[in-house]
Design a protein around this ligand. Structure first.
Ligand code: PMV
Length: 316
């Protein structure tokens, strides 16, 4: 079911290629060493299928009503995809991810829930079955996601994702990535109102007039290729340069913010090889890659901006 044998969905960082991946370009993505775990238990009092995520102060019943909360509709979408009706079950999920930060929290939750429910209902949990169920949940949150978040939440590891061919693992040792989640990631709500991946995807569609041949999208795709080659060669300075360039291009597409630009700038000034926003943008987390002896300085620089970052071991 997973590397640890439990119902888990991994969080992720997109190192390069977000947004361009929606248009068919490759993206370099790695699983964080943390995610969401879930257990499905019979509800003693009976009643409809429910989900409790105490860490996010989230408690919902599955519902297909159009006016229901997205997490309630996402839970129903998972159950319907698995074809299990509405058993009197409570899924309890524990999370190590801030919600809505571009770290794949909703896909990690969806994969963990799908795995827990499939195990409870004795549905054979092939990767395709879980991906389909979690993908149905992600469509509730994000409209037409590329599928990158679900692919890595399911498989873990580090690799290159393409819409057409899915996730291909890269044979490389683990990579230390500094992650700066937004200071306002309080844990309340799965997708904070202040930030919507769908809105950012729409913004890129406006900026590019939906043209997959837009030079900025092509550049982002090319940077993924450069970055992946650099990672394979263990040339982290080159990987960092590609990340810096990608951040500038994402900024030109309108998905950065003054705050994200600032957090990237202070990370570079503190000695990072490179830094960028990760995921949809418009808020959310920044990431950086730095020489080992500069990691503490980068984290201190973020702290002085009010952000408590952490070092993730990607592809552990
Ligand atoms: O869900 P987020 O915010 O991590 O963004 C996922 C990456 C995007 O390329 C922006 C969207 C997608 O569907 O691939």
């Amino acid at each position: 079911m997973s590397r640890s044998g439990g119902a888990i969905g991994w969080g992720k960082v997109i190192l390069l290629g977000e947004h361009a991946v929606v248009y068919g370009y490759p993206a370099l993505v790695g699983a964080l060493d943390r995610g969401v775990t879930a257990a499905a238990l019979p509800t003693p009092a009976g009643g409809a299928l429910r989900l409790d995520v105490p860490g996010w102060q989230l408690a919902v019943h599955a519902s297909t009503r159009p006016d229901a909360d997205p997490p309630a509709r996402a839970l129903a979408a998972i159950a319907d995809s698995l074809g299990i009706g509405r058993p009197a079950v409570t899924i309890v999920a524990e999370t190590q991810l801030p919600p809505g930060a571009g770290l794949g929290s909703s896909a990690a939750l969806a994969v963990a829930c799908a795995r827990a429910l499939a195990a409870f209902a004795s549905v054979p949990a092939s990767p395709a079955v879980i991906a389909e169920a979690a993908g149905a949940a992600e469509r509730v949150f994000h409209g037409t996601p590329s599928g990158i978040d679900v692919a890595v939440a399911l498989a873990g590891g580090l690799g290159v994702f393409r819409k057409a061919s899915g996730l291909r693992a890269i044979a490389t040792p683990s990579l230390r990535v500094l992650v700066g989640p937004p200071a306002d990631a309080t844990g309340a709500g799965v997708v904070p109102a202040s930030r919507s991946t769908k809105e950012m995807v729409d913004r890129v569609a406006d900026a590019t007039r939906g043209d997959p041949d837009d030079a900025r999208l092509r550049e982002l795709g090319g940077l993924t290729d450069h970055g992946a080659a650099a990672l394979l060669a263990r040339d982290l300075a080159k990987l960092g340069a590609a990340m810096d360039r990608a951040h500038a291009t994402l900024s030109a597409l309108g998905v950065s913010t003054v705050r994200l630009d600032q957090l990237c700038a202070v990370a570079r000034a503190a000695g990072a090889y490179g830094a960028k926003l990760t995921g949809g943008g418009g808020g959310g987390a920044v990431i950086a890659v730095a020489p080992a002896d500069r990691e503490a300085a980068v984290l201190a620089a973020w702290r002085s901006c009010g952000v408590t970052g952490f070092v993730a071991e990607v592809n552990r």
